[in-house]
Write a protein that binds this ligand. Structure first.
Ligand code: V4E
Length: 236
């Protein structure tokens, strides 16, 4: 497993020029669809656990212990463990789903509860749409798709090893950039934070405000109830 250390930033019109100006090289251009899953009472996301299927590959993201402990300057950057092995993901999700559920959450429900059309689906009840990505284990754990969107991504690399910048355009009209360094789990993330800080400086990203990710904007737009719950729980 690895830890993704990243900082999101607002993408302006000349970001590509600025990237090239500081020696970044375009290393790829791709398009992918993400489907995110949770229970009707948001058991996973209220624990800051993100289960997704990207083009048929499963990923689970959850915060590192240091992510949970740190605050202040480093909070501009997030640190999430990335799990990509499906049996490991299933084990972890089962473990989390078996934790006692807060009854109040269960009563309130929200847009993962099959009542809200999921953006990007062609059926009116997109959350129940069957696709190759849907498997028995999801049904068994009562996990449904609550978010579904397509991203067009341009990626840039630097000579400085390991730093990557992605410029993402989501199909619901939001554009965001991220500076990212992948660190093997258990290794110190401070050097990665420093690399990200240096890259941000070179790109003239001075803002100290947290920048919304695609998920923030997606939920705000399509699942306001879910969004409010995550805001109140200080997840987003
Ligand atoms: C971890 C997380 C979410 C899952 C999506 O993570 P993200 O890095 O935003 O995905 P993406 O597609 O932009 O990049 P990729 O995975 O390809 O590198 S949705 C919300 N979170 C939590 C979270 C947070 N609270 N704050 C920040 C700055 N990032 C993530």
């Amino acid at each position: 497993m690895s830890v993704e250390v990243e900082r999101k930033f607002v993408c302006d019109a000349d970001i590509q020029k600025r990237l090239e100006g500081v020696g970044a090289v375009c290393i790829g251009h791709c398009e992918f669809q993400d489907r995110y899953y949770d229970s009707a009472d948001f058991h996973l996301t209220l624990r800051n656990v993100w289960l997704r299927c990207r083009q048929g590959s499963w990923e689970l993201k959850y915060p590192t212990v240091t992510e949970l402990e740190d605050s202040g300057e480093v909070s501009l950057c997030s640190r999430y463990v990335e799990m990509t092995n499906l049996p490991q993901i299933q084990l972890k999700v089962r473990e989390i789903m078996s934790e006692s559920v807060n009854e109040q959450e269960g009563k309130e429900g929200g847009c993962a509860s099959n009542t809200h059309p999921v953006h990007g689906d062609t059926t009116s009840t997109g959350a129940t749409e069957s696709s190759p990505a849907d498997h028995a284990w999801l049904a068994e754990l009562k996990l449904v798709c609550f978010a579904n969107y397509i991203t067009v991504r341009r990626s840039f690399g630097f000579k400085e090893e390991g730093v990557r910048v992605d410029l993402d355009q989501a199909d619901f009209g939001y554009c965001v950039g991220e500076i990212e360094v992948i660190v093997p789990e258990g290794e110190d993330t401070q050097p990665a934070l420093k690399k990200i800080r240096n890259t941000a400086q070179k790109l003239g990203l001075s803002g100290d405000q947290r920048v919304q990710g695609k998920m923030d904007v997606y939920l705000q737009t399509y699942c306001p109830e879910h969004y409010t719950k995550l805001l109140n729980a200080h997840i987003l």
